[in-house]
Design a protein around this ligand. Structure first.
Ligand code: PEP
Ligand code: MN
Length: 339
């Protein structure tokens, strides 16, 4: 439930409402707005009697039920967009278009250093690279773990770029958080609720990928787990969903971008690399993502895709990545966005 205070409500009236809600065993959350304060009430279905009670308090304009199952991440709860800051980068401000790029996995010092230099030169803002890789087969390359984290952080520093990398285990959150500027929760862990709560206890920016068979509602409820632990810095990432189509690795759900914007105040990134699985389709889908209103983009780039330990078929060569970024720059100008 949301209690909407009148725009001329006195601070004591707001405090009195908060006190009343708390005394009845519910958790009030103060939501200051541009011209009036709202008070959110968390908990399953606050009793109808609570609504009747607060409606009679001075300064209250209305008390309305929140119609969606998610609350903290919803537009009903918070109308203004959330801006997630990573250093000087601002994801979700409606203006900047932030590009994260790099290899699927950190494979060696030379590979990550050359990838970082190449994506930086092309105009990427954030360096990506997996150190802990979720792989379908236990026999596939599963990442360099600790050493990969160290090399990624080193490559980021050497090129003045913040880094994002996946964390798969609750027990690794502290180590990954000490090396990375943003923690990625992969598609396969979107509903690992213990992991979501653990990253929610940090204050690091979290990149929450959409599960490959998750509805928008399930995805937003996963984000709710993170915010509910006190971490508001969540960026959602559309990375394609499973459908009957087999030409592409996944079906890149572009409509998720404006749909998420309607439902939530959180920023959204698009990942056409995993979304399509084919390097040749990525530049068009990256342009489409920007045009659809995404706040950020993730692209897999490898110095030699044919030799990549993972996801080579969807990795762009550095020269193709650079050409793609030039195209995005022109489109951004037309859309009033900046790269
Ligand atoms: C990745 O970003 O390398 C990755 C494994 O992505 P996803 O979780 O979307 O498959
Ligand atoms: Mn990958």
């Amino acid at each position: 439930m949301l209690v909407l205070m009148r725009s001329d409500a006195a601070p004591e009236e707001i405090e009195a409402v908060i006190k009343h809600i708390r005394e009845r065993g519910f958790e009030p959350v103060r939501l200051p707005g541009a011209d009036r304060t709202a008070i959110g009430v968390l908990g399953t279905n606050p009793a109808a009697t609570l609504r009747d009670m607060v409606m009679n308090l001075p300064g209250v304009q209305d008390a309305v039920p929140v119609s969606k199952p998610f609350k903290l991440v919803g537009r009903e709860w918070k109308a203004e967009p959330t801006v997630v800051e990573i250093g000087h980068l601002r994801l979700g401000d409606g203006k900047s278009f932030v590009i994260a790029a790099g290899p699927c996995a950190v494979e060696s010092e030379e590979q990550i250093m050359s990838s970082a230099a190449a994506v930086k030169a092309a105009g990427a803002h954030i360096l990506r690279g997996g150190a802990y890789k979720p792989r379908t087969s236990p026999y596939a390359f599963r990442g360099m773990a600790d050493e990969g984290l160290r090399l990624l952080a080193q490559a980021g520093k050497a090129n003045g770029m913040p880094v994002v990398t996946e964390v798969m285990n609750v027990s690794d959150v502290e180590a990954v958080a000490s090396h990375a500027d943003m923690l990625q929760i992969g598609a396969r862990n979107m509903q690992n609720f213990a992991l979501l709560e653990e990253v929610g206890r940090t204050r690091k920016p979290i990149l929450l990928k959409r599960g490959m068979s998750a509805t928008l509602e399930e995805w937003l409820l996963s984000a709710e787990y993170v915010l509910n632990q006190g971490n508001p810095n969540v960026v959602l990432c559309e990375r394609g969903i499973r459908t009957f189509e087999t030409y592409t690795r996944n079906t890149f759900d572009l409509s998720a971008v404006p749909a998420v914007k309607e439902l939530s105040h959180l920023p959204i990134m698009v990942d056409p690399s995993h979304g399509t699985g084919r390097w040749s389709l990525i530049p068009s889908m990256a342009m489409a993502g920007l045009a659809a209103g995404a706040d950020a983009l993730m692209i897999e780039v490898h110095p030699s895709p044919a030799d990549a330990y993972s996801d080579g078929a969807q990795s762009l060569r550095p020269d193709r990545f650079a050409t793609m970024v030039e195209g995005l720059r022109s489109l951004a100008v037309a859309l009033g966005r900046t790269l």
